[in-house]
Design a protein around this ligand. Structure first.
Ligand SMILES: NC(=O)c1ccc[n+]([C@@H]2O[C@H](COP(=O)([O-])OP(=O)(O)OC[C@H]3O[C@@H](n4cnc5c(N)ncnc54)[C@H](OP(=O)(O)O)[C@@H]3O)[C@@H](O)[C@H]2O)c1
Length: 313
């Protein structure tokens, strides 16, 4: 396989697949420095700065560039397959190096170059339609989104993680195989559902992090050291999640809103006056969300909450 865009996700998947015996070919980033670093992280592969015909030696091409670069990467790859002249149209550095190598390349190019190749991207929000230029060249296109957070510092455990996959039959088969190889659980998702799916992932990961960081800052402002604040709050969140997993959302719900204790909520609102406006905005929005998704149908707490939020400005 070739990895185009070997950052956090590209390196993590490359490393795990290499450990499972996959042969890693070109490891492509935008500079030789980052490509060599990626190769070291993966433990295999041939570092390369920019696209070239070398990708055509791989049966499977994994595009793990940022979402915003996937369409242009697919375009540039398709042009490589179409032959040197059309590749040379691009004038940015990343794609120019591909064009230069394509002109010098000895490997077969032309309309048949992509036939039988499988190209997958790893975006959670985009469908495989963004790879259409490659499908027009005969490649099987799809996407494989590991529902995990890759910080780049460590490689998260993938066993048990969901992988959202979609694409043409051959691409889907390859994506399912990769996912199982990683110990993941493949879930086929229609491309039109991916944006909503990814919004859920953002709520459960990055947005949860923002809430916890705000809570830590509040504790720091009342005298905790940052370390003590993290030590105090992380076990609380961890236990809440454990309860949620074990007994479900309603039974795991605690706190003044769950008890309908609006006097305490008023005190929270008074206290939040001393913090940036976003804190209060988040508290209001999360209280409304909480009573909606955790409360009962026709819950009287909804009206009481609105009255309390309106009273304490
Ligand atoms: N991070 C996560 O937790 C996570 C989880 C699941 C899925 N994803 C998805 O996986 C994909 C990659 O995310 P990531 O977090 O791994 O990104 P990343 O760490 O920023 O790595 C991006 C890689 O793509 C290369 N690149 C950047 N801009 C490019 C461009 N304009 N053209 C070509 N290559 C370019 C970078 O090269 P240089 O190294 O030379 O800059 C780097 O190798 C995204 O679609 C993302 O949505 C991310």
């Amino acid at each position: 396989m070739a990895i185009v865009g070997a950052g956090r996700v590209g390196c993590a998947l490359g490393k795990r697949l290499h450990q499972k015996g996959w042969r890693i070919g070109p490891v492509i980033t935008r500079s030789m420095r980052t490509a060599r670093a990626a190769r070291r992280r993966i433990g295999s592969g041939k570092p390369q700065a920019g696209l070239s015909e070398a990708v055509l030696a791989a049966d499977l091409i994994l595009i793990a560039t940022p979402d915003r670069a996937i369409a242009e990467t697919a375009d540039a790859l398709a042009r490589i397959g179409a032959g040197p002249r059309s590749v040379a149209r691009r004038n940015d550095k990343y794609h120019r190096s591909g064009a230069r190598r394509a002109r010098q390349g000895k490997k077969k190019s032309g309309s048949g170059a992509w036939r039988g190749k499988i190209v997958l991207h790893t975006s959670g929000a985009l469908g495989s339609d963004v790879l259409r230029p490659l499908a027009l060249r005969g490649a099987a296109i799809g996407s494989l989104h590991p529902l995990q957070t890759f910080s780049g510092r460590t490689i998260p455990g993938l066993p048990g993680s969901t992988c959202a996959i979609e694409g043409s039959a051959d691409a889907l088969r390859a994506a399912r195989r990769i996912c199982r190889e990683l110990g993941g659980v493949p879930v086929v998702l229609p491309p039109r559902r991916k944006a909503a799916y990814h919004a859920a992932a953002a709520l459960a990961a990055g947005h949860v992090l923002a809430v916890i960081e705000a809570a830590v800052r509040i504790l720091v402002s009342v005298g905790f050291s940052r370390k003590a604040a993290v030590r105090a709050l992380v076990p609380l969140t961890r236990q809440t999640l454990a309860n949620y997993e074990r007994v479900g959302a309603r039974a795991a719900w605690t706190g003044p809103l769950s008890r309908g204790d609006f006097a305490v909520i008023e005190r929270h609102l008074e206290a939040l006056r001393h913090f940036p406006r976003e804190y209060r905005g988040a508290y209001d929005a999360l209280s409304r969300l909480g009573v909606n998704v955790l409360g009962n149908r026709g819950d009287s707490r909804k009206q009481q909450l609105e009255r309390t939020l309106a009273r304490i400005k």
